[in-house]
Design a protein around this ligand. Structure first.
Ligand code: T3D
Length: 261
């Protein structure tokens, strides 16, 4: 078992579970991740997805040992096939899932581990987590969606800094750069992250799904297109039970109870 799937209320927690290899992504782990993400995406009872790592690391990217034999013989892997088979689906599922996805970054993140965290909607980190894009260390370009996500998350100049200078980014820097949304002390991190994910899973899931889609679609749209897209999504959102509940709760001066419907 290289990954565990754990339902906590209406949230699903996916834990990459190869602590002895700092949760490096070998073939079975990537396949398990694709399947678990597909199931979470399709299950209407799952209203938020958290991705984390077992032990002291979040994920250190591609398992380089798995590729050792080929490299020793002077052969690079078939990157195109591997990106298409695993990394692209994982990235698309995390980004496009119709419910919030959260990287719960408990420790070191490197290489494609950073790419996975970037593909999530939010990144919550322990103050012991540190980040390194790491691709340049093995003379590769950033992949698994990170050339698309990183400049959008931190801006072009910071993305260049992180990719080209290649330094470790610590928790303070990650917060300052906008790479993470929240940082908590390590001893309180599990409790805080769990509460944050539970709060997202109790949110207006259909409105969250449309919000995600609008933000992503509108990255490549002009204002007129964005206004039209918002109008269409708002008509659909206005017909949900959660919308009625939200307004009713406001009028009755009580917190809303959203059902994700
Ligand atoms: O198909 C494609 O498109 C390829 C895509 C490639 C993108 C990538 O993700 S390339 C990989 C990028 N990641 C890295 O370069 C990180 C490599 N790891 C490190 O630099 C260090 O491990 C760390 C700085 C992250 C942590 O250092 P430290 O000293 O705390 O731990 P350690 O002793 O180096 O690692 C502990 C174990 O994890 C160790 O195993 P061992 O020797 O005790 O049996 C180490 O080999 C293993 N490990 C760490 N990173 C990887 C790994 N095993 C396989 N693959 C790894 N990436």
């Amino acid at each position: 078992m290289t990954m565990s799937v754990d339902r906590r209320g209406t949230a699903t927690w996916l834990t990459i579970d190869r602590p002895e290899a700092l949760n490096a992504l070998d073939g079975p782990t990537k396949q398990a991740l694709v399947e678990a993400l597909r199931e979470a995406a399709e299950d209407p009872d799952v209203r938020a997805v958290a991705l984390t790592g077992a032990g002291r690391a979040f994920c250190v990217g591609q398992d380089l040992r798995e590729l050792e034999e080929g490299y020793r013989e002077g052969r690079a892997p078939d990157f195109a096939a591997e990106l298409e088979r695993h990394y692209a689906p994982i990235c698309k599922l995390l980004a496009g899932m119709p419910k919030p996805t959260v990287a719960v970054v408990n420790g070191v993140a490197a290489g494609a581990g950073v790419s996975l965290a970037l593909a999530c909607d939010l990144r919550l980190a322990s103050d012991t987590a540190r980040w390194r894009l790491a691709f340049s260390g093995i003379a590769l370009v950033p992949d698994a969606g990170s050339t698309w996500h990183l400049p959008r998350v931190v801006g072009l100049s910071r993305a260049m800094e992180i990719a080209l200078l290649g330094d470790w980014v610590d928790a303070d820097q990650a917060l300052r750069f906008g790479l993470v949304n929240r940082v908590w002390p390590a001893d309180d991190f599990p409790r805080q992250a769990e509460a944050a994910v539970a709060a997202l899973a109790a949110g207006p899931t259909l409105a969250f799904a449309r919000t995600k889609a609008l933000f992503r679609d509108h990255l490549g749209t002009d204002l007129a297109g964005a206004l039209a897209g918002e109008a269409e999504a708002q008509v659909a959102s206005g017909q949900t039970k959660d919308h009625l509940e939200g307004v009713t709760a406001f009028l009755e001066k009580r917190p809303p109870t959203f059902q994700g419907a």
